[in-house]
Design a protein around this ligand. Structure first.
Ligand code: HEM
Length: 400
């Protein structure tokens, strides 16, 4: 690629790397079909021009970008690299988690809607195969607007009086995109690397990244809740769990969006996503194990073997909310309140699993999963696993 050759022959500043040209080429063919020459060139960049691990932000971003683009070349393609999770800065800091969750959520959804709007008006040639019809796209506008309404509202960005779904979606996208900085824009662009040229893979990737954002935020909230219960601050932990439940419930329209992915499109591109499965989602397993330490058989199954770093923290004795709830010296009323919030959060997660199962059945039928399980029978077997061991308090009416 000319742009890469010229970058390599110049002063090789990471912030001047030709991201747009590389991303455009990946999107033109699909990641699975990128020309070997380009991959060899990117490998050359990695070997000769990438700054050391302690580099400035621009250098680190370039390292992560190469890690994501060379995954298939190296034979390490997986869920983390498919979704380019290292590029999108998932919420991980307790001090900023709520704002970061909302910002990233609205950006991901706005970008997905922007692609739908561009394709519908003929303004993009990206991913041209199996374009959806107008009725389906209009449904996506509606669901997309619903999906980012809670976060947009919390950020104070909810400003439209339009009623036409396409116009509403376009206006809200403009609001979000105008609040976006150049670094964020670059990260978002670079994190969209579909494996094929099928239109619906764009939405598929953004929805998965959206749920990853939610699970990452939930993991931070639950980690904080465990610390609070241990410190005897059960009321703060209860508030946190209530917030976490609202976050998970508020993300439900993402599943409705996912349900609009055309099953035949899904089956077309998933041929090239083999080896990348959300069974490798670290955030999801973090959430699960922070609620309750997994039983030995689950810890030793594909579920946790697919996320070795999370398995290690569990084996090393990561405390869970369940244990903290049982062992902390809480008063009767604290115990009752916290128990209630745990039950409610648990119900929301069970509901999530049930909806996920239904979508998987619809899209996949009896085909195996891409994470080396037998597919939906695996999901059927794990969907009812208790989120918490039964909180031992009788349910009481909430004081008014
Ligand atoms: C077309 C939509 C989807 C299909 C067909 C699907 C299918 C599957 C299948 C078959 C598995 C079992 C593991 C495997 O072999 O791959 C799985 C696991 C999983 N999926 Fe999905 N999925 C879909 C959407 C989603 C979405 C939107 C999320 C949100 C992040 C998600 C999160 C998960 C998680 C966390 C697991 C691991 C569950 C566990 O180990 O208990 N999936 N999915």
């Amino acid at each position: 690629m000319r742009e890469l050759a010229s970058w390599l022959s110049g002063d090789r500043r990471p912030d001047a790397f030709p991201y747009d040209a590389v991303v455009a080429e990946f999107r033109r063919t699909g990641k699975h079909f990128v020309a070997k020459d380009l991959l060899v060139q990117l490998d050359q960049v990695r070997r000769t021009a990438v700054p050391p691990a302690r580099a400035q932000a621009a250098g680190r971003f370039l390292r992560d970008f190469l890690d994501v683009t060379l995954d298939k070349f190296d034979g390490r393609y997986d869920y983390q690299t498919y979704l380019a999770l290292s590029l999108i800065r998932l919420p991980d800091d307790p001090a900023t988690v709520r704002r970061r969750h909302d910002e990233l959520t609205v950006q991901l959804i706005a970008d997905a809607l922007r692609f739908e709007l561009a394709a519908a008006s003929g303004a993009t040639e990206s991913l041209p195969r199996q374009r959806p019809g107008l009725k389906l796209v209009t449904k996506r506008y509606r669901l997309g607007v619903r999906a980012f309404a809670p976060a947009l509202g919390r950020l104070g960005l909810l400003t439209t009086t339009a009623t036409d779904p396409a116009i509403t979606a376009a206006q809200l996208c403009d609001v979000v995109l105008s609040a976006q900085g150049a670094t964020e824009r670059r990260a978002l662009d670079a994190s969209m690397l579909p494996v094929d040229q099928v239109h619906d893979e764009y939405l598929f990737i953004r929805v998965l990244q959206g749920y990853e954002t939610t699970f990452a935020a939930l993991a931070v909230e639950l980690g904080q809740a465990v610390a609070e219960v241990t410190a005897g601050q059960a009321d703060a932990a209860a508030e946190r769990l209530a917030y976490a439940r609202r976050l998970l419930d508020g993300a439900a329209p993402l599943f409705s969006l996912m349900a609009t992915v055309q099953p035949e499109s899904f089956r077309t591109f998933r041929v090239y996503t083999e080896g990348a499965s959300a069974i490798q989602s670290r955030s999801y397993k973090r959430v699960e194990s922070l609620c309750r330490s997994p039983a030995t058989d689950r810890l030793d199954s594909m579920a946790y073997r697919s996320v070795p770093e999370i398995r290690d923290t569990v084996v090393a004795g990561q405390p869970s909310l369940d244990e903290a709830y049982r062992s902390a010296g809480l008063s009767g009323s604290q115990r009752a309140l916290l128990g209630r919030r745990m039950t409610e959060f648990g119900a929301a997660l069970l509901q999530w699993r049930q909806t996920h199962y239904r979508i998987a059945v619809r899209m996949l039928g009896t085909r195996p999963g891409t994470g080396y399980t037998e597919g939906t029978p695996y999901l059927a077997a794990v969907r009812d696993l208790p989120v918490f061991a039964q909180p031992d308090e009788p349910q009481q009416e909430e004081p008014t």
